[in-house]
Design a protein around this ligand. Structure first.
Ligand code: ZN
Length: 278
């Protein structure tokens, strides 16, 4: 599943394709039902987008927001393996293309979603955060910034292991399995430690670590996206810049202790027993 840095790579890729200022002419659909948050979404999408120019593409957590020069915008979630791409109108739709926004410059903006876990919906401009999918999310550490006093009080209320605390999208928007392990290693915190037992210094270190690992991954994001999504969820050789994730059996780059793989809530966690003592 694409995490925050991968979705950010999609966002940057779309902006490089010069979408700003291009108008949406027509919406077409494969007719396959999407996981949409509101009734009659396709009719609403058509009304909201017709003749409107794209002013920006933003991201909150794993959601993309297509800003338009009108009262509405478009919310897109890529789901497990979806993508949002531009194509010339004449190009045949790729398999699993479910929503196509025809642009007035002869191109299409196409939403491809093989497993149909994605989402496309209309949002009200200026009130995007009130959409049901975004209202439940904590702050996006990159797009919105992580206030230094956010993690400590949120953690104090939860006895769940800190790794699972980081995966909770109501705490932080966009942090997934890979970057939770990375941030905990960087902050020297055992993934099994109850969130409520973090010290103020731990919370501070974790705030910095989360921001750092996400920023670093965004800088390397193109490679991650190709490897990660291309291989259908299995990481490829993007491990060249990962600090601890996927490195079980290898020496910790800080202390040379062997990196350990454990399973928490059914998902792999990687940590260094020396740097991250229980
Ligand atoms: Zn270590």
């Amino acid at each position: 599943m694409p995490e925050l840095p991968e979705v950010e790579s999609v966002r940057r890729g779309l902006l490089r394709r010069r979408l700003r200022g291009v108008s949406l002419a027509r919406v077409r659909s494969s007719g396959m039902p999407l996981r949409l948050a509101r009734p009659q979404p396709l009719a609403a999408l058509r009304r909201a987008t017709r003749g409107r120019a794209i002013t920006d593409v933003r991201r909150i957590g794993k959601y993309l927001l297509i800003d338009l020069d009108g009262p509405h915008g478009v919310l897109v979630h890529l789901g497990m393996s979806g993508n949002l791409v531009t194509a010339r109108r004449a190009e045949v739709w790729a398999p699993h293309t479910h929503v196509v926004f025809e642009l007035d410059d002869g191109r299409d903006l196409r939403f491809i979603d093989p497993r149909r876990f994605g989402q496309v919906d209309v949002v009200d401009r200026g009130r995007e955060r009130e959409h049901p999918s975004l209202a439940v999310l904590g702050p996006d550490p990159i797009a919105e910034g992580l206030p230094p006093d956010h993690l400590a009080p949120a953690a104090a209320r939860r006895s769940t292991p800190v790794k699972l605390f980081l995966l909770d999208q109501s705490v932080l928007a966009g942090v997934g399995n890979i970057y939770a392990s990375e941030a905990l290693w960087l902050a020297r915190i055992a993934p099994t430690r109850p969130a409520s037992r973090l010290t103020a210094a731990d919370a501070e270190a974790l705030t910095v670590a989360v921001t750092d690992v996400l920023s670093f991954a965004i800088d390397n994001g193109g490679t991650t996206l190709r490897d990660f999504v291309g291989a259908d969820g299995v990481p490829g050789d993007n491990g060249e810049y990962l600090l601890v994730y996927g490195r079980a059996g290898q020496p910790c780059s800080r202390c040379r202790t062997t990196i350990k793989k454990t399973v928490q809530a059914g998902r792999a966690t990687y940590s260094c027993p020396t740097c991250q003592p229980r």
